[in-house]
Design a protein around this ligand. Sequence first.
Ligand code: NAD
Length: 349
Amino acid sequence: MQITPVETAEHEEVYRVEDREAGLTGFIAVHSTRLGPAAGGLRMRVYRSDAEALDDVLRLSRGMTFKNAAAGLPLGGGKAVIMGDPARAKTPALLRAMGRAVDTLAGRYWTAEDMGMTTADMAVIAGETAFVAGLSGGDFASGDPSPVTARGVFNAVRCAVRHRLGRADLDGLTVAVQGLGNVGWHLAGLLHGDGARLIVTDIDAGRVARAVAEWSAEAIAEDMIYGAGADVFAPCAIGGILNARTIPDLRVAVVAGGANNQLATDEDGIRLQERGILYAPDFVANGGGIINVAAEILRVGNRAAWVAAKLTALDQTMEAILRAAAAEGTGPNAVAERIVAERMAAVAA
Ligand code: NAD
């Protein structure tokens, strides 16, 4: 196994990890441990080059610093990536090799599931390191974080709707949901339960059909979701979908969803603001999942009560961000990044 440090400007530690015998090439990035040990998931996907994988791990680990701070967790930001197709290249030997690499950081980085990983994979990694969470068995196991993520996103939708539409619930409002996977499916159920009408899309036709059958949702083609006339757009699939091409098409008052990195660039936050669309910053809206994982890392005793209290605090943080954004006439994303930076500076002082 070769673990090679990579020099970067902003991150505390970054390593390229290679184990030829196990077929592993990947990166581990610790952006910040100012608030505590860095925590963030392990992603496996096809990357075209080392540079692309490195760019992803740097961006994602920085995002985790902001997400963990916004969620009020004593955790810093980190992330790991494995280069390769999880459907074809994921083997126990490869996972064990990554587990050994994570272990060399001696707890400065904690891993968990991200795209391409399952709770079963985390169990394999746990054979090599104690610094892994998102397990389905064991004393503090937290399992699948998606229902908690969806609950936090649902709270964010309601918070943004209160601000922009002055409505206390979603009864009779329409929400366009992009992606009916782990998060989107749970979210759609909560929205339906609150009286919202649903417009849905997914590249998996079976999921769309189930949503139509279960909630009388209106199905819409993938590329039509941006122009769907609705009160709220909830992106729950891929990143970068709020951009110069899609924002002019939006016909909603609010964007609030679970997907990571929804804004393609910072400028797109300004574009939404200029169009009068209220954007609930994604790294605050989707913090429920890491709260759930944090209960495992921090070995919290009364996990249900602790997670509920952290979700309430997250909701209050969103409320404070949207209130400050309205008072200042600034985009909520910029306000959220500033509030989080202030929190981190206060801890450092
Ligand atoms: P998932 O893979 O279970 O679901 C994603 C869904 O989106 C799938 O059903 C997929 O078919 C669909 N999809 C993919 N591309 C699409 C497209 N172009 N148009 C429409 N649908 C498309 O993933 P997930 O765990 O539900 O995560 C969804 C998003 O939320 C991701 O961005 C993820 O990083 C983020 N997130 C997830 C969690 C969590 O707890 N799972 C926590 C925080 C953030």
